[in-house]
Write a protein that binds this ligand. Structure first.
Ligand SMILES: C[S@@+](CC[C@H](N)C(=O)[O-])C[C@H]1O[C@@H](n2cnc3c(N)ncnc32)[C@H](O)[C@@H]1O
Length: 204
């Protein structure tokens, strides 16, 4: 059986931050979409499958004060903490698999760039949604970035499920209302393009 934790711990303990296809110096689309939620600087924001992403650096730089990063790889979170330095103490870091995690609180903004698309089994997607519902209340905003329909079929050697806003909305169900969607051509560190879609939903 595929061992998710072993896969991702292996990736982050053998590759540098800029040696993975998903590396972004500037998570501009994510930040722009988070700002569009009108979340205050005190709003609780969680980055699901945040890995070693620089989104947390950007959020701290913008003055957000209640940031959580969740990932199943402890090595990924350690990489982010080491880069950020003392300011990392202002962030809640959670090592967990989103499909089994039991949130202890709720978040106004749920952000996920390139974690949900690894859930190719319906049971895992159902478990993700159970977690999402438990971690949010009506009015919460959910931003999910995945490979688009014309994006790669694999990432990190693993198969992915590709989406557009409609198929993602169908997956989330009628209690999440689509508020915005956009495409992004992500340029990997080795200059190839990957087509992403980012969609923002409001929990009804
Ligand atoms: C392609 S990377 C993207 C990382 C980060 N979001 C970014 O944009 O740089 C996917 C991330 O999702 C994490 N991940 C994959 N499946 C997960 C799961 N079931 N629960 C939590 N994290 C998961 C991986 O460890 C990895 O850090």
């Amino acid at each position: 059986m595929f061992d998710r934790v072993a896969h991702w711990e292996g990736v982050y303990s053998t590759k540098g931050e800029k040696e993975v296809s998903w590396f972004q110096e500037d998570p501009a689309v994510s930040i722009e979409m988070i700002k569009q939620t009108d979340a205050t600087r005190d709003a609780a924001i969680i980055d699901i499958g945040g890995g070693a992403s620089r989104l947390v650096d950007a959020l701290l730089g913008d003055g957000y004060r209640d940031i959580t990063v969740l990932d199943l790889s402890a090595a990924a979170l350690e990489m982010a903490k080491a880069r950020i330095g003392p300011a990392s103490a202002q962030v809640a870091w959670i090592v967990a698999d989103v499909t089994t995690w039991k949130p202890a609180r709720q978040y106004q903004v749920w952000h996920d760039r390139a974690a949900f698309h690894f859930l190719t089994e319906a049971d895992d997607r159902r478990a993700y949604l159970t977690c999402l519902r438990s971690a949010t209340a009506p009015g919460a905003q959910i931003i999910i970035g995945t490979f688009a329909l014309d994006g790669p079929e694999k990432c990190s050697g693993l198969p992915v499920q590709r989406y557009d806003s409609k198929t993602l909305a169908d997956e989330l169900g009628s209690s999440f209302e689509l508020a915005d969607t956009r495409g992004e051509n992500h340029r990997t560190p080795w200059n190839s393009n990957q087509s992403f879609q980012f969609s923002r939903f409001r929990r009804c």
